[in-house]
Design a binder for this molecule. Structure first.
Ligand SMILES: [Zn+2]
Length: 431
């Protein structure tokens, strides 16, 4: 690399960040079991796959002493230490705790110093990382709307989590969603259900903290949403209304889910907020990634030209399909949340090709997709390294000048999410 990477990276460290995606409330507190803190992010999946499918936390829990737990952790971590998750976990604790999780001393230090993992500890790390806001999916709209005892960090904005709203197998599921999120009166027909869903989104918008809708149904179903008629969906819905014990066939459940998903996208259009959709790679192992390819969303995207589709995770490993969707549709936004930590080289190539194929206002460069501050700031560091490498190589190739590369990076990390989620934070100008 001819262009000075270190200089670009140092500059990039000063650029503020708005994250498109996180999963926690911004609260930081000590852990009783520090192995949960160290592993219970995406490293868990790599360690599980490395160790024949056993849950590493369960294996560690079977040890009697802390020393034995460290020994077992280190023997299991060895095979996963070089994956992007493995590297990010190690950097996280070097950055935040000055402790090396590749040693018993490092793990012991993290255990002995847990008391320092206070809210102030977390807030300082977030401030140092330059994180100004993040769209958090806490999976529970009802809790966000109605539980006034919960505390959230100032940087938290929220996504309206929608998988439960269309993953309906029986009338019990209807009653559960209504009790948890909608809190509406009687639901006796499909129109009642869609009305209750709409009223819930109205409440979220009045609340003022919700800035997107979010769906990760790719974990449990094929995202090739079809477009059934209302009559077809009503027929299915009435089967449940007529018999509260009835469990829908997978075909009927799919018809209802497809119909309701269009209704959910229509609500995002009405309120002019992005529809965030999980595409590509899934955590946890044993899943089928082909059912999560964003290319399957083509019909849905075409049918909703006024919605904004915020497609997650770089559609890993389907790079070409992802680039095509961003290039082809004015209302598709390409979101790199999580993918920096799934595969750094994929991300660098993807960003280079994004510059060469897609307008620069269509990219969101970072969301950690994490559950705690250590992984959050470590994944951001990984993303900044990837962005700097992609931009420097484009400068080397003569595609970009230094100032152009800086403006693109600042737009991707901050100005684009600020505009797309309508956060109203001050613009960041590169001078
Ligand atoms: Zn996520």
């Amino acid at each position: 690399m001819k262009y000075d990477y270190m200089q670009f990276k140092e500059w990039l460290n000063t650029v503020p960040v708005i994250e498109s995606h996180e999963h926690y409330d911004g609260q930081t507190a000590p852990y009783d079991n520090i192995f949960e803190l160290v592993i219970n992010n995406y490293l868990l999946t790599d360690m599980m796959v490395a160790n024949g499918g056993a849950d590493p936390l369960e294996v560690i829990a079977q040890c009697d002493t802390f020393e034995q737990k460290c020994e077992v952790f280190l023997s299991m971590y060895t095979n996963a230490q070089f994956t992007c998750y493995g590297q990010a976990a190690r950097s996280a604790f070097l950055m935040c705790w000055d402790a090396d999780i590749l040693t018993t001393e490092g793990l012991t230090k993290i255990r002995d110093e847990q008391a320092k993992r206070t809210q102030e500890f977390g807030d300082k790390l977030i401030e140092k990382a330059g994180i100004k806001a993040a769209v958090c999916d806490l999976f529970d709209v009802g809790m966000l709307l109605y539980d006034k005892t919960k505390v959230y960090a100032d940087w938290c904005r929220f996504a309206i989590s929608t998988p439960d709203w269309h993953r309906i197998m029986s009338f019990k599921d209807v009653a559960d969603v209504n009790g948890k999120d909608f809190r509406s009166g009687e639901i006796a027909c499909l129109d009642d259900y869609i009305g209750a869903m709409g009223a819930c989104v109205d409440k979220c918008m009045e609340d003022g903290r919700f800035v997107a809708m979010k769906d990760q149904s790719a974990y449990s179903r094929d995202i090739g949403y079809k477009n059934p008629t209302k009559e077809d969906a009503e027929l299915v819905f009435y089967k449940m209304v007529d018999d509260h014990e009835k469990i829908l066939s997978s075909h009927d459940a799919r018809v209802l889910s497809d119909y309701l998903f269009h209704a959910i996208v229509t609500l995002s259009e009405k309120h002019e907020i992005p529809m965030q959709i999980h595409t590509g790679h899934m955590a946890g192992g044993y899943n089928d990634v082909s059912k999560a390819n964003a290319a399957k969303l083509t019909d849905l995207i075409s049918l909703h030209p006024n919605a904004v589709f915020d497609l997650f995770h770089g559609n890993y490993p389907y790079m070409g399909d992802f680039l095509f969707l961003g290039k082809n549709y004015p209302h598709v936004v390409l979101d790199l949340c999580w993918v920096h930590s799934i595969d750094t080289d994929y991300s660098i190539e993807l960003m280079r090709r994004m510059v060469l194929t897609c307008p620069t206002n269509k990219v969101l460069a970072f969301g950690g997709d994490t559950f705690g501050v250590e992984a959050q700031v470590s994944y951001l560091e990984q993303a900044r390294e990837n962005i700097a490498k992609a931009m420097c190589s484009l400068i080397d190739d003569g595609v970009l000048e230094e100032m152009q590369a800086k403006r693109i990076a600042a737009d991707w990390l901050y100005n684009n999410p600020n505009r797309i989620y309508k956060l109203g934070l001050p613009r960041y100008d590169v001078s």
